[in-house]
Design a protein around this ligand. Structure first.
Ligand code: FNR
Length: 387
């Protein structure tokens, strides 16, 4: 049957669902516990309306912004996702290349399927690195320092330190469908995988599944063999003071990812961070946490223009991007949207998803009568009346 070409991020979501084994889908699309925060990230956007001015004479909207000291021609970057090779064998290499084609960048996860060196080799531009502040449980070795060294050596431009994983989130959808380290296979699950012929063929022939980045690092390698070993690297005892060392080890732009509270935004500034990323890990950590768009205004107010504020979580439309920027974000990250594109059509799928964002943002701004994303502020949005 001839299927229509996808025209929205939601279309890519449906395609991805069909392309992926149920177990992998649970990993990509699921959140923590009752998925209240996961849904709230989406619905928070519906509570804002856009100001519309007509006959402003602005033909064509400017979309450029700056992230990690790099000029982007699209205010949307790829947030880090671990084990991206699970969705498509090209993994972070395909995703980062697509980001470049769209004039933006990818943040590469500590748990990436390809190593930072492999990704650097496959791309033309320098991307960003996401760091989990892990310590080896057996040797006490600060793995962060090694990861930072590798990222610097490989030419990465900015560091995003993820602070919202003191322990693993309770992802019940993953548990229900056997997704884990290692995955729990049953005959039915094998069959379910086999039904996704293209995915299974790549799974068997390319073997780009777990995290090569972790396998490559002595002290972290055990984390790909057992969930327990991975949790043992996490540091629930970590404090803001401990991040000072990371700030010392990385001289380039440094962002704190996983901020929801203005007091934490303040602490990030005190640490000397160059910006914060308002995030709840896509609803995968604390269920019941605020939606990121809800949390954004107070963080923006506290930071008061001193450093940039980014946001991720639930961004699926150009109008979502515009709302976040109007409420004070400098740029937004997307996680699942590019995984949908990757699962459905590899690198081209990600490039198309980013193209959809570009077209939607442009059209939205023109319909609002706004000349560029740089002009957006709170006068461009209204809270919708309660229903
Ligand atoms: C993530 N996220 C994430 N964050 C991080 O700092 N390191 C990581 O390794 C991962 N891994 C990861 C895997 C998968 C499958 C998903 C969906 C997400 C969180 C990610 O960076 C981002 O915060 C959210 O995905 C944003 O929400 P949306 O855009 O997915 O709604």
């Amino acid at each position: 049957s001839v299927r229509n070409r996808p025209i929205t991020v939601e279309d890519y979501r449906k395609r991805a669902r069909r392309a992926l084994p149920t177990m992998v889908w649970a990993f990509v699309d699921g959140g923590a516990e009752d998925e209240i925060t996961l849904r709230a990230n989406r619905s928070a956007f519906d509570r804002w309306r856009l100001r519309s001015r007509v006959l402003t004479g602005h033909a064509g909207a400017g979309l450029s912004t700056k992230v990690g000291g790099v000029d982007l021609s699209l205010p949307v970057f790829l947030s880090p996702t671990g084990m991206t090779g699970l969705t498509h064998w090209t993994g972070e290499r395909g995703a980062a290349r697509a980001a470049e084609r769209a004039g933006t960048r990818a943040v590469i996860s500590t748990a990436s399927s390809y190593t930072v060196e492999e990704i650097a080799e496959a791309t033309a531009e320098d991307h960003f690195f996401q760091l989990y502040p892990w310590t080896s449980a057996t040797t006490g070795e600060p793995l962060s320092k090694k990861f930072i060294g590798r990222a610097r050596q490989a030419g990465y431009r900015a560091l995003f330190v993820t602070v919202d994983v003191p322990v693993a989130g309770n992802r019940e959808r993953e548990r229900k469908y056997g997704m884990g380290i290692p995955p729990r296979m049953t005959p039915l699950r094998v069959l379910d995988g086999a039904r996704r012929a293209r995915w299974s063929y790549h799974f068997l022939t390319k073997q780009r599944i777990s995290s090569r980045m972790l396998v490559d690092e002595r002290g972290a390698a055990a984390a790909v063999r057992s969930a327990k070993a991975q949790e043992s690297l996490m540091r629930p005892d970590l404090r803001w003071d401990d991040l000072a060392r990371i700030r010392d080890w990385w001289q380039g732009p440094l962002y704190i990812k996983g901020i929801l509270d203005p007091d934490d935004a303040e602490a990030a500034m005190k640490l000397g961070a160059d910006g914060v990323l308002v995030s709840n890990h896509g609803g995968r950590q604390l269920d019941g946490a605020r939606a990121t768009l809800e949390a954004l205004p107070a963080v923006v107010d506290r930071i008061a223009g001193r450093i940039p504020v980014y946001l991720d979580g639930g961004v699926r439309r150009g109008s979502d991007v515009v709302k976040a920027l109007a409420l004070g974000a400098t740029a937004v990250g997307v996680g699942r949207p590019y995984l949908y594109g990757l699962a459905a059509r590899g690198e081209d799928g990600v490039a198309h998803v980013l193209e959809i964002f570009r077209e939607e943002i442009e059209r939205t701004l023109t319909l609002m009568g706004v000349a560029s994303v740089a002009e957006l502020d709170r006068t461009h949005v209204y809270q919708a009346p309660p229903t």
